[in-house]
Design a binder for this molecule. Sequence first.
Ligand SMILES: Nc1ncnc2c1ncn2[C@@H]1O[C@H](COP(=O)(O)OP(=O)(O)OP(=O)(O)O)[C@@H](O)[C@H]1O
Ligand SMILES: [Mg+2]
Length: 311
Amino acid sequence: MILCVGGTPAMQRTLCFESLEPGAVNRAYKVSVTASGKVVNVARAVTVLGGQALLATFLGGDPGRFVARELEARGVPHEVVWTEDDAPTRTCATLIPNDGPVTELVEEALPVSEGDIAALEEIVIEDLKEAQALCLIGSFPPGVPDDFYARLTKAAREASVPVLIDAQKAPLRAALEERPFLVKPNLEEVADTLNLPNGEPDVRDAVAGLTDAGARWAFVSTGASGSLLGDDSGGLWSVEPPRVDAINPIGSGDVMAAGLLLAFQRGSSVPDAAVYATACAAANTLTSTSGVIRPADVDALLPQVKLARLA
Ligand SMILES: Nc1ncnc2c1ncn2[C@@H]1O[C@H](COP(=O)(O)OP(=O)(O)OP(=O)(O)O)[C@@H](O)[C@H]1O
Ligand SMILES: [Mg+2]
């Protein structure tokens, strides 16, 4: 089982427009409402790809109950901490015009209590006994201390469960000190986490910075232009994604995390898992809803991913 832990799920509205004009009345021709947020995206992708996921997160209010029903309907196993004050899970919106780039409207998550955090930590510690991998993904709601992922990384290391972290800034810096198996941020997030020089950060520096800081493996993505994988003994690989007509790239990184863990759990080496993950990420761009993939797209895209060893 791949245990997927994160604090910021969302109810997601995706609205499609012929075109979109700020300051004008824009009428959607299609609307869909799904469960999303990074932790939901990764657990759902693992499930859709035939793996065994277990999602652990906070939910509250009517949007939270919507997310729980969706997880039920999609067959995504979950253990929920219903927040003490039942504060509503955030609602986010994606606006997709036919003639331009996607716009994302993001609500911040509401605070959680110390009791909520302790309850989530208890669930994770218990479920680690059954887990073959732990995925820590996304930012924290207010109230969660910066060392939350670090504590869970330490617990997983002690239970010999490999950890993948997709986070940034202080939570990632703290977790790196606990020597996670794999970290998978995008380049901008690494620059913010490691204070890389301003301007266009160098992706090689980003990978080296993460392995120097404690990661065994670092996989740094840069959207359609691909990603770079490195390990702590100097190995370096580039992974070039297939060319696709992207509809909505949001959530590609989340689906990438799912593909990485799933392929690794099924016995692939990390570089081969990165290839599979890259096909999964590209498949995500082919649906309008963030973090939703069709397995047939993954199969079709897989032969087009290019892996090259650089060092
Ligand atoms: N337009 C695209 N075409 C093909 N592959 C893409 C495209 N956009 C993203 N990808 C794939 O998805 C991977 C992750 O994308 P990106 O670097 O945007 O992640 P991210 O910013 O973490 O995304 P998110 O956090 O929204 O899930 C890329 O390395 C690439 O393999
Ligand atoms: Mg990401």
